[in-house]
Ligand binder design. Structure first.
Ligand code: 5CA
Length: 444
């Protein structure tokens, strides 16, 4: 992409309404624009990162054997009356009346709709286990939308639903979700700690929230610091292996880690003092097992091997897709701007031409751009007439992990400068070597 032809409305001034760094940088880097309270347009740069995050979630969900699908944002109130949640959900639900005076609502979550699909098509235990998921917009009329996309009213969520014959099978689905979520967040450069939480309007007793530690987080959390040493890394996971998934769950949940809703001071005090931590965190996901809470009232049953009709055991599992952008920025930035982890960066590298219009630097920049594209990479070439200082400031703000600078003095010696946004370190390399290095970083 050529910057001169892109839409990147960067702001020089810090917007007054933004209280936290991720919101400030998302506005300044031209990633989002508020449409109305808690509702945002995703400008091209923000949209690109949103898509990257979504792609990682799809890959990891399908690796775990979960099936993608899509349900509508507008749903009939009647289904929600069947489960009893139409009245229970309260003010956060956006209720709408259509021209025929029918009550509809903008989905805050989709347990009812998926249960309705299930009961229409599945009647035998032989069709289980089944887990389907979607990535779809949600609406919750939050009383205090704030921090930009972090607590929006309209937000993008991955929501998955499992249907199983027994509680034991449903707990395997729960464990699979926990493991796949850990992998998902790690690929985004995040450490998200599973913590015992409260289930709220979704219901059930078994639930974990995933928290990214950050001073600006809305949740108060308490944990044994030993938990921060744990990593999934590149270990092989066989999602069909119940014992293995259970063992990973135990590894990651046996230490004390709770949100304030379930915090137990006496248990907390049993942790050796030097490992006791209280901090703040951003909730980027939550998994639930709630048994037959929806299947029973809605008649989602299957025939078991003995011919008895039994209500299926269910759980639901959410990731805050749009909120993750904020969480990643909170976890990875400096005073100059965002520092994207390679896994989610909107462009793989930035090319800065220090003397636009100079035959030599133009040709070398174009050669770099073409060679990176040839390797399957997606560079952003700043081909504008801006001064070098302004070009560097924009690249630092938008946070591409690698920058290749093409200047007349270096070119006279046959080199360009490859710089890391994270460390600030740079080296001088030939155009070909710089392309090889960037391709190698991305495994391209
Ligand atoms: N039905 C379940 C799982 S699919 C559910 O709705 N879970 S949830 O309420 O915990 O939401 C899932 C995730 O969505 C949360 O962990 C959080 O990361 C994100 N989320 C929730 N509310 C908002 C909001 N107002 N703005 C941005 N993200 C949100």
């Amino acid at each position: 992409m050529r910057l001169s032809r892109y839409f990147l409305p960067v702001l020089k001034e810090t917007p007054a309404e933004a209280q936290i760094v991720s919101h400030r940088y998302m506005l300044r880097a031209g990633m989002i624009k508020q449409a109305s309270a808690g509702i945002y347009s995703w400008l091209p740069l923000g949209f690109k990162v949103l898509r990257k995050i979504e792609d990682i979630i799809h890959e990891e969900q399908q690796r775990a054997g979960h099936i993608p699908m899509l349900m509508p944002t507008l749903q009939s109130a009647d289904l929600w009356r069947e489960s009893g949640r139409y009245d229970d959900y309260g003010e956060e639900m956006l209720r709408i009346r259509d021209r025929h005076d029918r009550d509809i609502l903008y989905t805050p979550t989709a347990e009812e709709l998926i249960t309705d699909i299930f009961r229409a098509h599945v009647s035998s235990y032989r069709d289980l286990p089944l887990t389907m998921y979607q990535i779809q917009w949600k609406f919750r009329d939050e009383i205090r939308p704030r921090f930009g996309i972090m607590r929006g009213r309209e937000f993008y969520m991955k929501d998955g639903y499992n249907f199983d014959l027994t509680k034991a099978d449903a707990m395997h689905a729960y464990n699979r979700h926990l493991v796949s979520y850990l992998r998902t967040y790690e690929r985004m450069g995040l450490q998200a700690i599973p913590m015992r939480a409260d289930s709220g309007p979704i219901g059930g007793d078994d639930t974990h929230e995933f928290l990214v530690l950050a001073e600006t987080g809305e949740s108060e959390v308490f944990f044994d610091n030993a938990i921060t040493e744990l990593k999934i890394g590149d270990r092989e996971i066989d999602y069909g292996d119940k014992a293995q998934c259970q063992a990973v769950l135990e590894e990651f949940t046996s230490r004390y880690a709770r949100t304030d809703e379930t915090h137990d001071e006496a248990l907390f005090n049993e942790i050796p003092e030097e490992r006791r931590r209280s901090a703040r965190g951003i909730e980027v996901g939550q998994i639930f097992y709630f048994g037959t809470k929806y299947s029973e009232p809605m008649g989602a049953t299957v025939q078991d091997a003995d011919g008895n009709d039994v209500a299926v055991h269910m759980g639901s599992h959410g990731i805050g897709v749009s909120r993750l952008l904020g969480a990643i920025i909170e976890a990875s930035h400096d005073g100059k701007g965002i520092i994207w982890p390679e896994g989610v960066t909107p462009f793989h590298a930035g090319i800065v031409n220090l003397r636009q219009g100079d035959a030599g630097t133009d040709a070398a920049s174009e050669r770099l751009e073409a060679a990176l594209i040839e390797r399957g990479l997606d560079p952003l070439y700043d081909d504008t007439e801006e001064r070098p200082g302004a070009k560097f400031a924009t690249m630092d703000l938008i946070g591409l992990p690698w920058r290749i600078t093409v200047g007349p003095r270096d070119l006279a010696q046959g080199v360009v400068e490859l710089a890391s946004r994270r460390t600030g370190e740079s080296e001088r390399l030939s155009v070909d070597a710089a392309v090889d290095r960037v391709a190698q970083i991305y495994g391209a």
